[in-house]
Ligand binder design. Structure first.
Ligand SMILES: [Zn+2]
Length: 335
């Protein structure tokens, strides 16, 4: 795997004791260094035209002006410093790099993973929220469609524990972006009901899987195999992006999900197999993940999986509740 990373991403200052801190980047780098992964690709920051494929120009201006004035609390969770606007452009630029590098032939051991911050999936077309300013995954998907001849359709699986309300909102009526989210029901921001499936030309290209607290490797794997996989096969994407948050880990401090570190290896292997099957380039874009050890170890097992490590797969059965939810999803999405 090749990682996109920039020291510039350390300059987004969220103040003391904020879970979305520069220490997340440092922990990931340390864990990768232990795996002898020490070289990183830097990327140009996204330009405003690239951001505006997913955001209103007024939103871009508002974030820039807020940061030029010194930043502060955009909302109680979403803190900006003077450097945040530029760093958010960098984080989006890393996501664009990952998408474009995948399309341009980086695969197998070179599969790209953008390790940027701030994260993106809560940022809506005209709003920053949930630690996010610009929607890195949506910007990257739209960049690939705009700049790469071979890309007309992009699928995104968002496995972060939170619903990616921003990615959904930006792409809700877009028939060219399929967005699937697995998230803990009832957690921030409260959106992502199973009945939210897209609108207009985008009807059917949003899939929400609100899982109850306590779901783990087996439930996520069942959901991916039985609902997301057939939906993505039918959509037939030219690019497959993973909005890769690691806050559904069993030891993450802000969720009650139960994915193990090994579970992330299993999910990585599963998405790699699907990407191969549908012949879609694959790229990863970092979202959340707030336990420094669990975040960094989970990113490291994603890397190791592309380096030939075989995941240990447990063939336990999912809970009846999740089996029923998946059956309902298959019905709603006519799979
Ligand atoms: Zn999250």
């Amino acid at each position: 795997m090749q990682f996109g990373y920039s020291e510039r991403c350390l300059d987004h200052d969220t103040g003391p004791r904020h879970p979305e801190s520069p220490d997340r980047m440092r922990a990931i780098r340390e864990a990768l260094k232990e795996r002898h992964c020490v070289s990183y690709v830097d990327a140009d920051p996204a330009d405003e035209a690239a951001i505006e494929r997913a955001h209103d120009p007024d939103h871009v201006d508002a974030i820039r002006e807020f940061c030029e004035d010194g930043g502060g609390e955009w909302d109680p969770d979403t803190i900006a410093g003077p450097e945040t606007y530029e760093v958010a452009l960098k984080s989006a630029g890393l996501a664009i790099w990952a998408a474009e590098a995948a399309v341009d032939g980086a695969d197998g051991r070179d599969t790209p993973f953008a390790i940027g911050r701030p994260p993106g999936h809560h940022a809506e077309s005209d709003e920053a929220m949930g630690f996010c300013f610009f929607n890195n995954a949506a910007v990257a998907a739209r960049a690939a469609i705009a700049t790469r001849e071979s890309v007309d359709r992009v699928a995104i699986w968002d496995w972060d524990v939170h619903h990616g309300n921003g990615t959904q909102e930006i792409c809700y009526d877009d028939p060219d972006v399929f967005y699937a989210s697995t998230h803990e029901a009832g957690l921030y921001p409260g959106t992502g009901d199973i009945e939210e499936t897209g609108e207009g030309a985008g009807e059917g290209t949003t899939m929400n899987i609100p899982l109850s607290a306590g779901c783990g490797d087996t439930e996520y794997r069942h959901t991916f195999d039985e609902a997301i996989t057939p939906a993505i096969r039918r959509f037939d994407p030219d690019l497959f992006l993973i909005s890769a948050g690691f806050d559904a880990h069993r030891h993450d401090p802000i969720s009650r999900m139960r994915i193990s570190t090994e579970g992330y290896a299993e999910l990585t292997d599963a998405v790699r197999e699907l990407a191969d099957d549908v012949d879609a380039p694959l790229a990863f874009i970092l979202e959340g993940g707030y336990g420094l050890d669990t975040l960094s170890e989970s990113v490291a097992v994603v890397h190791e999986t592309f380096d030939g490590r075989e995941p240990v797969v447990d063939d336990a059965e999912p809970t009846d509740e999740v089996a029923d939810l998946v059956a309902e999803l298959r019905d709603i999405h006519d799979l």
